[in-house]
Ligand binder design. Sequence first.
Ligand SMILES: N[C@H](CCC[C@H](N)C(=O)O)C(=O)O
Length: 275
Amino acid sequence: MPSRFTKMHGIGNDFVIVDWREDPPRVPNAARVAALADRHTGIGFDQLISIEAARDPSCAFYYGIWNADGSPSGQCGNGVRCVAAWLYRDGAIDRNTDVRLESPSGPVTVRVLDEGTVVVDMGEPDFDPASLPLDLPAHATYTVHVDGEDVTFGAVSMGNPHGVVFVDDVSDPRVDRLGPLLTSHPVFPEGANIGFAQRLGPDRIRLRVHERGSGWTRACGTGACAAAAVAHALGLAAPVVAVELPGGTLTIEWHGPGRTLWMTGPAAFVFEGEV
Ligand SMILES: N[C@H](CCC[C@H](N)C(=O)O)C(=O)O
């Protein structure tokens, strides 16, 4: 990978952004990504994100996403806000203007409100187990046996797979135990990001997410979208929900099937670097 990078974060979910717009598409070496993600011996990040030339001519740019262990992801909600803020600061896109960007799982539309706030049309949440992928027949919720107990979750794809477990208290040690076990549970053949959601009211959810490939993160944008979508689908949430993650709060708006979902939140620059 080229040596220059920008360190950014979206409510504490941190990224190394690399500019590969002039380069042919490539897949970074997983071991190299994992070495750079190491917080003691590398740069440290939850996800590596590349900005590349669009492959879909209807989109302005493409972005690629790799987890801290080097595995690829189809989508990243906090990351796409950082990509939009990066492109705006670079002069490549305008503010208050809808711009289509191409993710590995298809297009999303971003609008930079100012350099630090971005709203994203994340597309329609997909509850089809086949597209998650989830190795169970379609249902509103699913129950699996994990570590001696039955755990019930809702599941949705936001371009990447999510399971959402409603709990009374996200700080319960049970959450710490179940996160890694569910992420790698055989019902998710490609793994999943697992959100533990505490409903604080119809318009407020507290959430912690154990991410596939990156572990516990301070925030997961697609996890916030997934929690709000599952809560709305189960009749537990209003269309506009504030999702409180350990690193900050995102606003998620979804009006139900046939509609796309909107995520609004911050994007922050940390430093420029070279390796
Ligand atoms: N942190 C990201 C999600 C990364 C998802 C990744 N862990 C996966 O393998 O799907 C977000 O803000 O949406």
